[in-house]
Design a protein. Structure first.
Length: 224
């Protein structure tokens, strides 16, 4: 299976998901949408990752319009899609939901719970009913009309649009050094960086195992 990873910067790449995709015998190609142009074609599944941009910043980042169109095209065409953080927010916006500032930066692990629909979902259902997810966001999405909410937490955490598009606010793909690089010079970080590093040391290994389970579940569904 050929998988496309849509990225928005050098520090928001597939990371752990790339390892899983290779281990499952699939082919991964990355595309930085900020470069413009038409989305690559001929892929069996699409991943959309995070970024430091936000819905509502289209004047500064005009390629966001192209992302909204691409997302609608993939979902309407039945292409299996998995969107993370900014990707989840652009997917929500593309299907008419509001995306708004939180007023505070989330940076750490938060209690998260699957809804009944999430437990029954073939992708999110790979996770425990209750878990701590890693969040790194200053915006949040509302679940689009007609979509199915799959997980809740400090903000809506996951939904499914249509039958084959999943969106998660949390970050199941991250590595320790990647996260610390995000926040090293971030004045909005609401806690000392050393405290965040200690929390990662304590909780990241278990969270990465959840990330592997989630990625494998998505790939299995995409392969059907």
């Amino acid at each position: 299976m050929r998988v496309l990873a849509v990225t928005h910067g050098a520090l928001v790449r597939p990371e752990l998901f790339a390892d899983v995709i290779a281990g499952e015998g699939h082919e991964l190609e990355e595309w930085d949408i900020r470069r413009g142009g038409r989305p690559p074609s001929g892929f069996d599944a699409v991943l959309v990752f995070g970024g430091d941009q936000n819905v509502g910043e289209e004047l500064e980042h005009p390629w966001l319009h192209e992302e909204y169109r691409a997302l609608r095209g993939w979902v309407d065409g039945g292409t299996p899609l998995f969107a993370v953080c900014l990707g989840a927010q652009t997917l929500a916006h593309a299907f008419g939901a509001r995306v708004r500032p939180l007023g505070v930066q989330l940076a750490g692990f938060h209690r998260t719970e699957l809804t009944d629909d999430g437990v029954a979902d073939p992708v999110l259902g790979a996770l425990p009913r209750r878990f701590e997810s890693f969040n790194a966001n200053g915006y949040w999405f509302e679940v689009p009309a007609g979509a199915v909410e799959l997980a809740t937490g400090p903000v809506p955490q996951a939904f499914r649009a249509g039958e084959r598009a999943w969106a998660v606010q949390f970050h199941p793909e991250v590595r320790r050094d990647q996260v610390l690089a995000w926040f090293r010079d971030d004045p909005a970080l609401p806690r000392p960086l050393e405290e965040l590093a200690a929390e990662l040391d304590e909780k990241l290994e278990a969270w990465q195992e959840c990330g592997r389970l989630l990625c494998r579940a998505f790939l299995a569904e995409a392969s059907k």
